[in-house]
Design a protein around this ligand. Structure first.
Ligand SMILES: NC(=O)c1ccc[n+]([C@@H]2O[C@H](COP(=O)([O-])OP(=O)(O)OC[C@H]3O[C@@H](n4cnc5c(N)ncnc54)[C@H](O)[C@@H]3O)[C@@H](O)[C@H]2O)c1
Length: 271
């Protein structure tokens, strides 16, 4: 194909039939939205979550939506567990085509009083979990010469988030981890990217957004004037993992309603 030739089948990236997608934190808001999006295209989705009930529920929803749900209750920070899961998936389904790391265990608190154990746990799930998933499932991708890793970052990777500084540090590191995998594996045909959502209404944030004044106040500071739905993040994940994004690797896609770029909206005076 020359540079001028159009893409042969621009719509083909919408079809994930026959694809195997692994999603950590698939029982939560954004992970579940990704799972159902791929399910609707007929994909096999490994629903990885450490919460047994939501894990089983989402796997069932994947089946009902037209995919094949494989429930997998596991702690993504446990090396042996991730190794076993990737081995089983390799044996039964030939490995993963797409891996999405959305699991997180938020540990809010000011840094001056945050217990060391809380800091460690946040990084274990958010960062180490991403490393283990990327390494274990990515090795098969490298051997095969194709596959995409998607790490769910956050606008907190760009700006320190008051009262949750450890989370910001974790997300900044995760976005860099995506770039590091990208560089190491680019020559193997494996892509690694991150998607950084802004404010999204999910089980993790429901306590906040169920307060009308918080919902209104937060919506007002997003230039698009509202909080995102999990589906809007899943759409972005779907794009970066698809062949439509075949020349993207190491990139971080901000999906934040314009929030990160909006600093000057809050500065008095014109021009
Ligand atoms: N909601 C937002 O506003 C927002 C904004 C930016 C980024 N994010 C990121 O998006 C991702 C998903 O967030 P969400 O809002 O859907 O959260 P959520 O709390 O709804 O989902 C997180 C899921 O991870 C699972 N999980 C926790 N620890 C685990 C472990 N050790 N092993 C396996 N699974 C585990 C939980 O059971 C839960 O189902 C996170 O990485 C989060 O940081 C969310």
């Amino acid at each position: 194909m020359t540079a001028q030739e159009p893409i042969a089948n621009p719509g083909s990236h919408r079809d994930a039939r026959g694809r195997v997608v692994v999603i950590s934190g698939a029982g939560g808001g954004i992970g579940r939205a990704c799972a159902l999006m791929y399910a609707a295209e007929g994909a096999t989705v490994l629903v990885l979550d450490n919460a047994p009930e939501t894990c089983a529920q989402v796997a069932k929803e994947v089946d009902e939506a037209g995919g094949r749900g494989l429930p997998c209750v596991a702690d993504v920070s446990q090396e042996e567990a991730v190794r076993q899961i990737s081995g089983r998936l390799r044996g039964e389904h030939g490995g993963a085509d797409i891996v999405i790391h959305a699991a997180i265990q938020r540990m809010p608190g000011h840094l001056d009083s945050l217990p060391t154990g809380s800091f460690d746990r946040l990084l274990e799930v958010g960062l180490r979990g991403g490393f283990l998933l990327g390494r274990e499932f990515g090795r098969d991708m490298v051997a095969r010469g194709s596959g995409v890793l998607v790490f769910i970052g956050s606008t907190a990777a760009y700006s320190p988030y008051p009262y949750t500084g450890a989370y910001s540090a974790c997300k900044a590191a995760l976005v860099m981890l995506a770039k590091s995998f990208a560089l190491e594996w680019a020559s193997s045909g494996v892509r690694s990217v991150s998607v950084s959502p802004g404010m999204v209404r999910t089980p993790m944030t429901e306590e906040l957004y169920s307060q009308p004044e918080v919902l209104a106040g937060r919506s007002a500071v997003a230039p698009l004037g509202r909080i995102a739905s999990p589906d809007e993040i899943a759409q972005a994940v779907h794009f970066v993992a698809s062949d439509a994004a075949s020349y993207m690797t190491g990139s971080d896609l901000l999906v934040d309603g314009g929030f990160v770029m909006s600093k000057f909206m809050h500065v008095p005076g014109r021009g």
